[in-house]
Design a protein around this ligand. Structure first.
Ligand SMILES: [Zn+2]
Length: 88
């Protein structure tokens, strides 16, 4: 009976250690994904929908939009307030 208790304690210890490790690895993967996304946003150039100036996506301001494919970007808050320039 004594050995059974010792075995149970070891089993619980290993289980706790493993679940901690899984949580840490998941956290690291999420940080890595976020950093990769940031690096991609630094490299991607977007044009301001109002004045047409190009700037890195990370510095651009996104217009609230549900559709990511037709996402509009702006160089400043003023231009975001003016909205996209209408084609003449
Ligand atoms: Zn602009």
């Amino acid at each position: 009976m004594k050995y059974l208790v010792v075995l149970l304690v070891i089993f619980v210890g290993v289980w706790v250690w493993r679940s901690n490790r899984i949580a840490i690895n998941k956290d690291r993967q999420e940080n890595f994904d976020r950093e990769a996304e940031r690096q991609q946003a630094k490299k991607t150039m977007v044009a301001c929908a109002h004045c047409g100036v190009h700037l890195p996506q990370i510095e651009a301001l996104a217009a609230p939009s549900a559709d990511l494919r037709s996402q509009l970007w702006f160089c400043s808050t003023e231009h975001r307030q003016f909205g996209a320039k209408k084609a003449e």
